[in-house]
Design a protein around this ligand. Structure first.
Ligand SMILES: Cc1cc2nc3c(=O)[nH]c(=O)nc-3n(C[C@H](O)[C@H](O)[C@H](O)COP(=O)(O)O)c2cc1C
Length: 405
């Protein structure tokens, strides 16, 4: 925790800390302290209610889906999904993908009925190279929170990644999907709580731990701040809420993360550790030397630090640093099946879908979340046919218009 951040938490009294914590978790990707449910009049009136939609969503385009999602909840709730600073990195995530055209190969004798999107990661067979990004606080967006998101992912056949800052406890989320699942941890300074969390995740059926390495600051959008940081004090940090068997001071984040934490999490859980937020080849090599079982290339969707490059522009260097030793997950800016095509062709094993999953959750709950996977898989299948590739595992850099390295 930065000195200013820690002093914020220490300066406020317990009641204020609890009240502030949920909004911190939900709006800043920063976990909250356990909060007894004391719904209070502190919630600004314009925060409104979460969506209760429960229907498939007819997705036309990402822009259309986002516009529809905006109509489902108040501006205060929607602003939680924003980006930090001027949005330079947020926009670069898109422009770096847009700047890399897909190359097509003709007359490849591809059977359009038999395009194979399946792949595998860390021992799990997946129907397509898409998983979700861990994202905190789904209770701000939908009344069924992560239970709906996990249910929709499971119905689509996707692996579900559960955020350490979830509104619901991890056991409820695990039960909501029959599919494989990973648990993302925001480490606390108390290492015994970290040990307990990952062992609890293993007992609940999560098969890997995702260590998020890049969420060390407040990360709130200007829009959210301008709206007065509205919050719903009834929303709690599900994994730490004593009502659900939780413990630990979730506000007391470990900010001095190091490569040693990878080994700690592996030894504490006995599970593979995926390191999320990696962008620099030197860091990636050191993470692998420290036992990372997979590398997740991400800049947190431009929510943490503004001014960095688009995530896709860093993928090639990351893939070359990994040299095929472990799987690679790619996120930040993925909006279409075409983006998945590009990332896999560049060398990622799977893409993680972020904001579009939240938009579809707002628009349709669990069936809506399934819709977003179906829609992206449909476009990916179509682009593979049109570009002359029959199997997703056959995608190569030859399918992209990029300079030869
Ligand atoms: C509302 C929201 C909450 C997030 N919470 C988390 C989190 O709890 N843990 C984490 O590792 N990343 C979190 N992220 C970052 C995502 O995992 C992912 O890196 C990012 O959304 C990718 O950018 P994109 O959504 O623009 O594609 C969050 C992102 C959003 C939009």
């Amino acid at each position: 925790m930065t000195p200013s951040r820690r002093s914020l938490f220490q300066a406020v009294g317990a009641g204020a800390l609890i009240a502030a914590s949920a909004s911190e978790a939900l709006a800043a990707d920063v976990p909250a302290t356990p909060a007894p449910a004391t719904p209070s009049s502190a919630a600004p009136p314009d925060f409104g209610t979460a969506s209760s939609a429960n229907n498939p969503v007819n997705i036309v385009s990402p822009a259309h889906l986002e516009a529809e999602a905006r109509k489902m909840i108040s501006p205060g709730r929607f602003a939680i999904t924003g980006w930090c600073g001027d949005g330079v990195t947020y926009r670069a995530n898109r422009s770096s993908l847009d700047a890399t055209p897909i190359l097509t190969h003709r007359l490849q004798h591809i059977n359009g009925e038999a395009i194979d999107l399946s792949t595998s990661i860390l021992g799990h067979k997946l129907p397509f190279p898409m998983i979700n990004c861990p994202m905190g606080g789904h209770g701000s967006f939908h009344v069924d929170a992560e239970v709906a998101t996990a249910g929709g992912a499971g119905a689509a056949g996707a692996l579900y990644v559960s955020s350490g800052a979830s509104t619901r406890p991890m056991e409820d989320i695990a039960k909501a999907t029959p599919g494989p699942k990973w648990f993302q941890i925001y480490m606390l300074r108390d290492m015994e709580i970290n040990r307990w969390l990952v062992q609890r995740a293993k007992a609940a059926g999560f098969s890997a731990i995702v260590l998020t390495a890049d969420a060390l600051g407040p990360g709130q959008s200007d829009d959210y701040i301008a709206l007065g940081r509205p919050r719903d004090p009834a929303l709690t940090a599900g994994n730490h809420d004593p009502r659900f068997g939780g413990r630990g001071n979730f506000a007391d984040q470990k900010r001095d993360l190091s490569f040693a934490d990878i080994r700690f999490l592996h030894e504490a859980s006995g599970l593979p550790v995926v390191v999320k937020g990696m962008v620099e080849p030197a860091d990636i090599r050191e993470a692998l030397a420290s036992g990372a079982a997979a590398i997740w290339v991400s800049n947190h969707g431009g929510r943490q630090m503004d001014g960095g490059p688009g995530s896709f522009s860093l993928l090639r260097g990351a893939v070359d640093a990994v040299k095929g030793r472990v799987p690679i997950i790619f996120d930040s800016g993925v909006r279409r099946g075409n983006d998945v095509f590009k990332a896999v062709a560049m060398g990622a094993t799977v893409c993680a879908i972020g904001r579009p999953v939240l938009w579809s959750l707002m628009c349709g709950g669990a069936p809506g979340v399934k819709s977003v996977y179906d829609w992206m898989a449909g476009e990916l299948r179509s682009t593979m046919l049109l570009s002359g590739v029959g199997k997703v595992t056959d995608l190569k850099r030859r399918n992209l218009s990029i300079a030869k390295a």
